[in-house]
Design a protein around this ligand. Structure first.
Ligand code: ZN
Length: 138
């Protein structure tokens, strides 16, 4: 079910706790909320719908499908670059440093551990959403 988006800076500054299989409903809500905001948003973290759990969803540039990750962690990164990003919870854009290619360890919807490589735009979205899990807004 689509949920309202939280923009409170104090709430979003708090790091999220590890996600567990009890959070599958939250992950489904997060996906629904991203789909409902697809025109202005390419990824979301669970704290943006008011849940301090380490869950992210994003649209994968390669497949065009929405991917859900539980407890994602960047384990390798290469080729930093400067860029500007916006966020649903901010009025203006901010400068940041991102990495062109990243390797991510995460758990899938069955809580099976996986690792995968991402590049370019999809990698940038994932870095932005993992920052949200750590209480960082860009
Ligand atoms: Zn954001």
């Amino acid at each position: 079910m689509q949920q309202p988006i939280t923009t409170s800076p104090a709430f979003l500054a708090k790091p999220s706790a590890p996600a567990t299989p009890e959070d599958l409903k939250c992950a489904a809500d997060l996906k629904d909320t991203l789909e409902a905001n697809a025109e202005r948003c390419v990824g979301m973290a669970a704290n943006m719908i008011g849940v301090h759990k380490r869950i992210i969803v994003f649209s994968d540039d390669l497949t065009g499908r929405i991917m859900t990750m539980f407890n994602p962690e960047i384990i390798e990164k290469a080729e930093p670059y400067e860029t500007e990003e916006g966020c649903l919870c901010l009025e203006s854009k901010r400068k940041t440093t991102r990495f062109t290619s990243i390797r991510v360890r995460y758990q899938d919807r069955r809580f099976k551990e996986r690792t995968a490589n991402f590049n370019g735009w999809t990698a940038q979205i994932i870095q932005h959403e993992i920052d949200h899990c750590n209480g960082i807004v860009i």
